[in-house]
Design a binder for this molecule. Structure first.
Ligand SMILES: Cc1cc2nc3c(=O)[nH]c(=O)nc-3n(C[C@H](O)[C@H](O)[C@H](O)COP(=O)(O)O)c2cc1C
Length: 219
């Protein structure tokens, strides 16, 4: 499964079977996390037993309480930490999709129960629930390309494909509060329109745009 295929197949999944992740897959995930942590200067952590991470009423109501495992997204505190978590966390989400797992980014979770190691100077930004979904989720509403683009009207194919993949990016409460501007010199700007977890969203959007357009994006 290519990265693009993973983007097309991925949906937020909130209901999981009781099946735990096999040890061979756990090793693959740990190796991938090591690679992403070193690239992104992060401390993402796989917590195999999600325990009571999702025992909040909202999580239980949405089904996330059934997630067997969780990724704690931690990193040294910095102004760009949230965006890096989004970018590298989504790379991990797409990798998990490729090895047959389902995920859901979750800003609502029990920070005391997750069991993450957060050193002095580090911050726990968000969680990602993972496991075998009862189903693979479903398509949701999306903004149109025109609603999230600015700049030059004659859009090249690489830009259109970047936007198509960006519109499939998960965002908090499906807010899609981002704009991608195509400048006259073919450079691209990403604009954060604000909202809850919008910096994490923007990192996720950059990851998707990069895969769609084939253009390396600075994060
Ligand atoms: C930063 C972020 C935070 C999120 N927080 C939650 C959450 O707390 N609870 C939840 O059920 N879903 C949460 N989601 C999942 C979104 O609701 C979901 O990704 C969005 O509705 C789009 O659907 P899709 O992932 O199927 O494309 C979050 C997603 C993102 C990107």
């Amino acid at each position: 499964m290519t990265d693009k295929e993973a983007i097309l197949a991925r949906h937020a999944v909130r209901n999981y079977t009781g099946k735990t992740i096999e040890p061979e897959k756990v090793s693959l995930i740990r190796r991938k996390i090591e690679e992403l942590n070193s690239e992104g200067g992060l401390n993402l952590q796989l917590i195999e037993d999600a325990g009571k991470t999702y025992n909040k009423l909202m999580n239980m109501a949405m089904g996330l309480g059934s997630a067997p495992s969780v990724i704690a997204c931690v990193g040294k505190d910095a102004p760009d930490l949230d965006e890096r978590v989004g970018y590298y966390g989504e790379k991990l989400v797409l990798f998990l999709q490729q090895i047959g797992l389902n995920t859901c980014w979750a800003g609502t979770f029990n920070r005391k129960n997750i069991g993450a190691e957060v050193a002095d100077g580090e911050r726990l930004v968000i969680s990602i629930a993972l496991g075998y979904g009862k189903d693979s989720g479903r398509e949701r509403k999306s903004k149109t390309p025109d609603q999230v683009t600015e700049g030059r009207a004659d859009r090249p194919e690489w830009f259109e494909e970047g936007i198509r993949m960006a519109l499939l990016a998960p965002t908090a409460i499906n807010q899609q509060k981002f704009v991608i501007r195509l400048n006259d010199d073919d450079t691209v700007d990403f604009i954060d329109k604000g909202g809850i977890y919008s910096k994490v969203d923007l990192g996720i959007v950059k990851c998707h745009f990069e895969i769609g357009s084939g253009i390396k994006i600075n994060v």
